[in-house]
Structure formats: structure tokens, C-alpha cells
Design a protein around this ligand. Structure first.
Ligand code: NAD
Ligand code: UDP
Length: 313
């Protein structure tokens, strides 16, 4: 049994991760400041004696004895990470510094949730881990993109300088149950709009592409990477079935059976035009690839939001 710290553990991905780690027989400390996360996501875990929930902000010093750290604390949706961009940058940079110090003093292994956003608006397609990216350093997405890039730098410098045992994953657009209703990302927006009969808002002309990974697949990849020996990453984790956002809107209309209209809104600046992970490295090093078809994952997510929306009526 290992003692594991999951920062951002009350968030969307973090809460799924806490549950999997507990099911595998570990002790889990879930640390969160509840900015975008919710106690609802983890309340079913609270009776488990191996689970501890701590309200804390990773920008501030934190000390505990642990064997492993998964650093997931950071708002991930553009709407939320741009709400207080200075705080977002602090969370990425000061937060990972605190977690790296904790890892160093505990001799613990630390995994950082990095992102496809480190590739910016990529000119290499699909994105391979060796690509350095095309990132605006001073735009509205920079607090997140550059914060995550700086965090990768610190991870690698701690490894080189102090031999800290690091793992870096670059997560591509992931969706599933426990996304917040007001999250602002495309999957939750379209499903909630469709279920409420509101207009479905495509930003721009909808020709920009994304590839969507179901959360269970992602969490499996995350744990494999943490347990992998002799490979620090970075490694891409996501799904490589790429589609235009307009096509994705049609999938949501079809699967919800909604009468909502599709409407077009301005495209936010620096919105990446294309994104698809090259998953060769994940397959080779972790024996991992996503299994869930979009339709199957989206139907489970629709079911989740249907229940949530009927509960708040
Ligand atoms: P989320 O917003 O649901 O979860 C983030 C969690 O971190 C929330 O519970 C929030 O309250 C907490 N948090 C934020 N700032 C904090 C701070 N300063 N101290 C303590 N807790 C803090 O988002 P998510 O989709 O679950 O993303 C989790 C991680 O995965 C993030 O680091 C994100 O950058 C990364 N990621 C996610 C995706 C994706 O598609 N979901 C893609 C790339 C990277
Ligand atoms: N998007 C959209 N309508 C929405 C929310 C998002 O068309 O209501 C677009 C957004 O402009 C982007 C894509 O969907 O091109 C994915 O957006 P999201 O915020 O989910 O993630 P990211 O841009 O970080 O990949």
C-alpha cells in the first residue's frame, strides 16, 4: 500500500484518479482549493478510511509524508484559467515548485499533468513529443500554456539537478462524467446546451479540430505512466480520432435528440486550429492506447449530465 497525494483531486480528472488509486488499495490524500473542483465529485469516497480530503492551495507550502504525488491542481478550461490569469500562472509555477520540494524531501515520485497546450497552435501535425510547439508568450491563453511549459522545465531541472523521480504526461482534450456543468469546455457546453434545449454555440466556423479522449482511458494511461520504470516522458495521452468542432456539434445533436439550433459565435484569439496526438510513444513505452469510441463515451457523459440537470430542477 502506497501513500499517494493527488492535487486537484476534487476536479474532473483528479476525482476519477483518486477513485482508481483507492480501488487499487492505496492510501490517498486528495488536496484541493475547490476553485473548479467540487466536494460532490469525491463525497462517495469520504467514508473510505484510506481516503483523506484536505482543503489547501498548492501555491502555499504543504508538508506531508508521501510516496507518490500526482499534480493535477490547475483550472483547465479556458474560461476558468482566464478568470484570474495571474493566479493560474502561480498555480502552475509556484504550485509545482512546492510539489517538487515535497517530492525531493520525501524521495517520492512525482507526475505532472501537462497538456497538449504546450504545443500551442501546432505547425507539426499530429503532435509528437519532440515538437517544441508554436506558443504565443503573451496572449490570453499564455497564463496556462506558458505556466505548464515552465512547470515542465522545473520538473526536468529537478530531475537533472536533484535526481528527483519525475513523470510528465501531456493530456489532450479529455471528457466524461464529473465535468462541471459550468466548465465552459466544448463537451460540457454542447451537452448541457442540447439537454436544456438552448442554442449550441460553435466558436468560429467550426473547422478547427480536436480529438476527444474518454476519462477512463486517460486515467488508465496516467497510472501506467506513474508505474512505468526507466521512462520520464513527456508522453502524449489522448485519443487520436480527430474531427472538426462542427462535426462534433452534429454528434451531440444526434445523440441527445435535441431540437437545439446550432449558432456561431466569435472565435477566441489564439484558439488552436488543429490538434491530434501522435500516440506512438505511449503505445511503445506504456502498452497503452485509448479504447472508448466517441459515441460510447459521449452517451455515458450525456447520461451523467441528464441526471445532474434533473437533480437541480
Ligand atoms: P478541473 O478544473 O476539473 O480540475 C482542476 C482541480 O484543481 C479542481 O478541483 C480545482 O479546484 C483544483 N485547483 C485549481 N487550482 C488549485 C490550487 N491553486 N490549489 C489547489 N487546487 C487547485 O480540470 P481537469 O480537467 O480535471 O484538469 C486536471 C488537470 O489536468 C489540470 O492540471 C489540467 O491542466 C490537466 N489537463 C486536463 C485536460 C482535459 O482535457 N481535461 C487536458 C490537458 C491537461
Ligand atoms: N468551443 C466551441 N463552443 C463552445 C466551447 C468551445 O466551439 O461552447 C470550441 C473552442 O473554441 C475550441 C474547441 O471548441 O476550438 C475546444 O475548446 P475547449 O475549451 O473544450 O478546449 P481547448 O480549446 O482548450 O482545446
Amino acid at each position: 500500500m502506497e501513500k499517494i497525494l493527488v492535487t486537484g483531486g476534487a476536479g474532473f480528472i483528479g476525482s476519477h484518479l483518486c477513485e482508481k488509486l483507492l480501488n487499487e488499495g492505496n492510501r490517498v490524500i486528495c488536496l484541493d482549493n475547490f476553485f473548479t473542483g467540487s466536494i460532490e465529485n469525491v463525497k462517495h469516497l469520504i467514508p473510505n478510511p484510506n481516503f483523506e480530503l484536505v482543503e489547501h492551495d498548492i501555491v502555499d507550502f504543504y508538508d506531508v509524508k508521501v510516496d507518490r504525488i500526482y499534480n493535477f491542481a490547475c483550472p483547465a478550461s479556458p474560461v476558468h484559467y482566464q478568470y484570474d490569469s495571474v493566479k493560474t500562472f502561480k498555480t502552475s509555477v509556484l504550485g509545482i515548485l512546492n510539489m517538487l520540494e515535497l517530492a525531493r524531501h520525501n524521495n517520492a515520485r512525482i507526475l505532472q499533468a501537462s497538456t497538449s497546450e504546450v504545443y500551442g497552435d501546432p505547425k507539426v501535425h499530429p503532435q509528437v513529443e519532440t515538437y517544441w510547439g508554436n506558443v504565443n508568450p503573451n496572449g490570453i491563453r499564455s497564463c496556462y500554456d506558458e505556466g505548464k511549459r515552465a512547470a515542465e522545465t522545473l520538473m526536468c531541472d529537478y530531475h537533472r539537478q536533484y535526481n528527483t523521480d519525475i513523470r510528465i504526461i501531456r493530456i489532450f482534450n479529455t471528457y466524461g462524467p464529473k465535468m462541471a456543468e459550468n466548465d465552459g469546455r466544448v463537451v460540457s457546453n454542447f451537452i448541457v446546451q442540447a439537454l436544456k434545449g438552448e442554442d449550441i454555440t460553435i466558436y468560429g466556423d467550426g473547422s478547427q479540430t480536436r480529438s476527444f479522449c474518454y476519462v477512463d482511458d486517460l486515467v488508465d494511461g496516467i497510472v501506467r505512466m506513474m508505474n512505468c520504470e526507466g521512462f520520464n516522458g513527456p508522453v502524449n495521452l489522448g485519443n487520436n480520432a480527430e474531427r472538426p468542432i462542427s462535426d462534433f456539434a452534429n454528434v451531440i445533436v444526434e445523440l441527445t435528440g435535441t431540437k437545439s439550433k446550432i449558432v456561431y459565435k466569435p472565435l477566441p484569439s489564439d484558439d488552436p486550429t488543429q490538434r491530434r496526438p501522435d500516440l506512438t510513444l505511449a503505445k511503445e513505452k506504456l502498452g497503452w492506447q485509448p479504447k472508448t469510441e466517441l459515441k460510447e463515451g459521449i452517451l455515458k457523459t450525456i447520461e451523467y449530465f441528464r441526471e445532474r440537470l434533473s437533480a437541480v430542477k
